[in-house]
Design a protein around this ligand. Structure first.
Ligand SMILES: C[S@@+](CC[C@H](N)C(=O)[O-])C[C@H]1O[C@@H](n2cnc3c(N)ncnc32)[C@H](O)[C@@H]1O
Length: 376
């Protein structure tokens, strides 16, 4: 076992990971606080740690609670349905520290805000992940369509989120998840029996010359496990620390979940929306050996969208907006391509052209796209 993350100061890579966890949760929570089809909201942090580092920087469980308060109590004051936090930590000592740290955090919050009672319920658990995840009562919660679930899986290494766990996660309704994975280690130890016991490395398309893309490759392996024809959204964020690459994998069966996570990622990486370094070798001022030109990721996806429109494979706005999402780009990219094609008289819009590129599940004004010329 490596060193205990809560017994030192969180390093920059860990702080970024925690920031993304917090921001993603802050995007997610209000959706379900106000959703009339959701009766309860459950938040799981399955590898919660003790709540803090040695300098009292907040760990993931306390970040979640902090975000759930919202600026000027905008979320907790408006929460009119049961909202429950489940924080699990496998080590008994750390779990009891987490209990103390969480109690103290909530007491202080109540005092600061003059609240006699906290609207949120929290439960500190001490199970091994596998045991808890396979608990039949928990399964019922995960399978319940009226309960919205936000799931954090901040494992050490790569051994806990295996194919079976992943396939279950993507099968649950109203469940968005983010897991951490040490992608460089899978690459480095791909032939080791321990690695193979947890992850079938023969299914991963490792590319020797692209170590900086290893997390993208690992995320693609998980993407390949999504059954054909299932509408499901997966995105990833690579985090470089020294010479190692770690990363996050996010999953949602809803376009809005994906829109929100992509927003967080593109805020952190304006070049590719998926890394804390220049993963696509985009041109940046004062750098050598970089590709001169436009944005590599947006350019590539724009070209694909254009091709699919002109070949008649994308025939309406909703399909196109979803295509941008699936390819890790914000849906507005699709709208920009359509506008250019329309302005160049390569396509005609049937219905009313509109630029709505967010909340795409709510789009009522569907328009059809008719090719005028293939642009050749
Ligand atoms: C990367 S740390 C999580 C850190 C936490 N997210 C934070 O912000 O402080 C992983 C945690 O999971 C716990 N852990 C490791 N294996 C576990 C397992 N199989 N079941 C439950 N907890 C486990 C470790 O003791 C450790 O505290």
């Amino acid at each position: 076992m490596g060193k205990d993350i809560n017994k030192s100061v969180f390093d920059e890579a860990t702080k970024l990971k925690l920031k993304i966890f917090g921001e993603s949760f802050e995007e997610w929570l209000p959706v379900f606080i106000y959703d009339k089809y959701t009766s309860q909201v459950y938040i799981f942090d399955f590898f919660a740690g003790s709540g803090k580092d040695i300098e009292d920087n907040l760990g993931s469980p306390l970040i979640l609670l902090n975000k759930a308060e919202g600026e000027n109590r905008k979320y907790c004051a408006n929460a009119k349905k049961p909202i429950k936090f489940f924080f699990n930590e496998g080590k008994i000592r750390k779990s009891s520290d987490l209990q103390k740290n969480t109690d103290t955090f909530i007491e202080k919050c109540k005092k600061d805000n003059n609240c006699s009672k906290c609207i949120y319920n929290y439960y500190i658990l001490n199970y091994s992940f596998q045991e808890l995840f396979n608990n039949p009562d928990l399964k019922k919660v995960f399978e319940n369509k009226k309960i919205a679930k936000f799931v954090l899986l901040d494992q050490y290494g790569f051994s806990q989120i295996n194919e079976d766990v992943f396939k279950q996660l993507i099968s649950f309704p109203k469940t968005d998840f983010i897991f951490f994975i040490s992608s460089s280690f899978i690459n480095r130890f791909k032939d080791h029996p321990y690695t193979k016991q947890h992850i079938d490395t023969s299914k991963i398309a490792f590319e020797k010359n692209k170590p900086n893309e290893i997390h993208r490759t690992v995320a693609n392996f998980f993407r390949s496990l999504i059954p054909a024809g299932k509408e499901y959204y997966l995105h990833h964020f690579s985090i470089k620390k020294g010479t190692n690459y770690y990363g996050l994998v996010f999953g949602s069966n809803h376009t809005l979940g994906m829109e929100k996570f992509l927003k967080v990622c593109w805020n952190h990486d304006t070049l590719s929306g998926e890394a804390n370094y220049n993963i696509d070798n985009n041109w940046e001022e004062n750098t050598l050996f970089s590709q001169l030109g436009e944005n590599v990721k947006k350019d590539t996806v724009s070209k694909k969208i254009k091709k699919l429109i002109l070949s008649g494979e994308i025939l309406d706005n909703k399909t196109g907006l979803k295509y941008a999402l699936i390819n890790g780009c914000e849906p507005k990219l699709f709208t920009q391509v359509v506008k250019k094609l329309k302005d160049s008289n390569l396509i005609e819009i049937i219905g009313e052209f509109n630029k709505q590129s967010t909340n795409i599940h709510k789009i009522k004004e569907l328009y059809q796209i008719k090719r005028i010329s293939d642009g050749k």
